[in-house]
Structures are given as C-alpha cells and as structure tokens.
Design a protein around this ligand. Sequence first.
Ligand code: GLU
Length: 479
Amino acid sequence: MTVRVRIAPSPTGNLHIGTARTAVFNWLFARHHDGKFILRIEDTDEERSKDEFTENIFEGLRWLGLNWDEGPFFQSKRLDIYKDAVQKLLDQGVAYRCYTSAAELDALREVQKAKNEAPRYDNRHRNLTPEQETAFKAEGRSSVIRFKIDDDREIVWNDLVRGQVVWKGSDLGGDMVIARAASDSVGQPLYNFAVVVDDMDMQITHVIRGEDHIANTAKQILLYEAFGAKIPEFAHAPLILNQEGRKLSKRDGVTSISDFKKMGFVAEALVNYMTLLGWSAIDSTQEIFTLEEAAKQFSFERVNKAGAKFDWAKLDWINSQYIHAMPVDKLTSMLIPYWEEAGYQINGHPQEWLEKLTALIGASLTRLTDAVEISKPFFCDIEYNSEAKAQLQQSGSKNALEAILTALGDTKELAENSAQDIIKQVMKAHNLKKPVVMKAVRASLTGETHGPDLVQSWLLLHQTGADASRIKSALQLIS
Ligand code: GLU
C-alpha cells in the first residue's frame, strides 16, 4: 500500500501555524513511508474564501519546504462530483431532503436551551411522505440535504495518536446537513461531506489533522460506511496551546506563517520547531534537525496526546542556532530584505562589505530582524544617545579622539593591525588606558556605548568614509 496523506486548508485566512504544523506531520509521515503528500484547497465557502489567502498558503508551504506531490486540487472545481455523491446517498435512502425553516430550527434550539439540552436537530423531516414534500415545496420552502445518523450507533476507531476512540451517534447533533439549500436540485456541499468524497476519490490512506476534528471524524466514518468505502486511518494531532494552556489564537499576537517570516524567523528553524510541537525525536535530547532527518524517524508513537505549549524562548533559541550556523553569504542574502525593508541603502555597498558586516553582527542575532537595529550605525547617520554623550565628556576622550583623527590623516585603506597600532600609539602618546580610548572611539563612531567588535566596526565605517567625519562631529559635541 502506498501511503497517501493530504493537507486540506481552507483559504479563509493566511496559512495558520496550526495548519502548518499539521502539514509538517503529514509531510513527515508521507516521506517516512515513501508516500504521497497531497494539497487540497477547501474553498467551498465562497464568501470567506479569497485568492490572496490561497496564495499565502502556497507561499507559506513552499517557504517551509513542505513541497507537495499532487495538487493543488480545488474543491470549488469539483462541485459536480459532490452533487453526484449526494444523489447517490439520496437514492440509497440514507439521505433526505429537509424543509425545516431557519425560524423553526431557532425555535427548536430555544426549547432545547430552556431544558438545558445540547442543540440538536430532531430529525423531524426524516420520513416525509411525498404529499408532505409537495406541500412544503408549494409553500416555497427550500431544502437542505441531511444524512441520517442513528442515535444508537456507536462509532469506534483506533486513532494513531489517541488509541481507541468511541463516539455515540446520539452526541452528533442529529441527522447532519451534507448540502446546503439551492434553487436547483442540490446545493453547496458541507465540509464533512466534501472531505469524505475527496478523501475517497484521492485514495487517502491516513487522515492526519488537528484534535479539533475528532467529532467530525465520527460523522465522516458514517459517511464512508454509507458509501461502502474503505475507512482510512485517523491520527489526531494535539492542539497548539498558548502559555495559559488555551488554544493558540489571533489574540496571542502571531498565528500565521507569514507573520513569523516578518518577525525574522528562518524557515528551517520554524519548521524544525514545529516538528517538536507534539512530537519528539527518538533521542529526545535532539532538538535540531532537518525535515529529512525528522522524516526518517517520524512515527505517531512519539506524538503526544496532550496539547503542545507554544514556547517562544525555545523557538528563538532554535532560530539563533540556525542563524549562527549559516554561511556568511547565505546569511547576508537573508538579511538584505530586512535591511531594505528598514529603508537602508544596500546598493551603495559592495557585497564584500555587506558580508563583513554580517560576519560582525551574526553571532548576536536571535532573529533576522535583530540585524536592523544592530547595523543601523553602519547604514544611517547616527545620533548620540545619552550614555554616549556622557562617555564623550569623560576625561581623556577629547585627547584620544583628536589624536586618532590626526593619526588617521588621509589613510585610504585601514587594515586591522593599523587600527590596533593607532589605538596603541594614542594610548602611549597621551598616557591613556585602553578602555578610555576604546569607549571614546565607540561612542564617537556609533553614538552608542555597546555594540559589536569595535575594531571591525571601525574598519567597516572607514570603508564608507564615515569614521573621520563622525569623530569630528563628536569632537564638536565635546567642545
Ligand atoms: N479544511 C479543514 C481545515 O482547514 C480541513 C480539515 C481536514 O483535514 O479534514 O480545518
């Protein structure tokens, strides 16, 4: 048997972290078994589905490296297939037309609420006579299609994550709507129905999705039975929770993959972190791995039942590991969009200079966005912060900076050892301690009192010609 799994996002929003993590588990399972990973866009909700969200989903999956083998298939292009399938169930007598109006359903719900009962349809139109149907139609009522669910049914499956799951037919809310009302014979299919038709058609062997779909699985199993189809295996992955233990939502700030990208996360790091949201490697201390490495060992035995808490500190740590291990040229090309976004003029600088800057700041980055603030003095005019101003007023600063300016003269190229020599000469000539000189140089060149390696910073600023002019401005500030 070839394993065939799918990710089936609805394009009613950007690619969500929960959907992306489900995609990761599907991808890992497919690769582990040399199977197929299929992409299906569930866009039957015409009002809420948008092309921009579909694009965002494609882009997010590609960015994360979750390449798919088949698809994308669009449910909106398969409406005839669902209509035929609805007709099949009508013909078999396991589905029927229900003419109950919205007002009648509301009234039913009110009664149930008053009795403290869970809302459910009371199957009142299950056995209408042809005369009753004709009368309803004559009243101008439209009909939805409902699928019969017997209260005394018990639905049992062996979930690959949760073990045996038992669901009572009476807990499924009565006969379920599988197609909306329509002026022609059969309207838009509903989620639970279209999913089953597609999963049968696409020969899905394992349905891997979030735990919030468990009740849907019970309904869907009944549909597979009605179609006489082979029921796939089910695996319900734990939900992603926030620090308070509630389902991660928009209120937690960031939920979509494109947001994580904007925040400076590296795709490989984010996808690595997502594999750990509910799964652990055989060596549970191993936390850094590629998707391919994770796929080699992936199994549902190591997927937790309990919800997975989203841990920003851990994601940051993983992200920093990827950044620190990245070759300088690659990291440079990853930083450029963030620098450009910040409005820094990249074009004026040779590649070599950009790479030297990357090498200088790389070790201090946790997120790619951190590079914006750290490299600001290298791209923009500086302003002296209060600590730097105070530093420049310290005794010795003025002498040190004047001497450095003289020593620099009109030096075109400044090598590392020449810069070191200048510092030493100045210390000796003016009897100054090294920290006094270094702090004055840093304050004058960057406007700050902390930052990356000073001599390397100076060399980069010398190449842009900013060092002498900044020392002059600092001197004006002192006097
Ligand atoms: N469209 C559904 C969702 O986005 C798919 C669920 C499933 O995998 O069946 O939640």
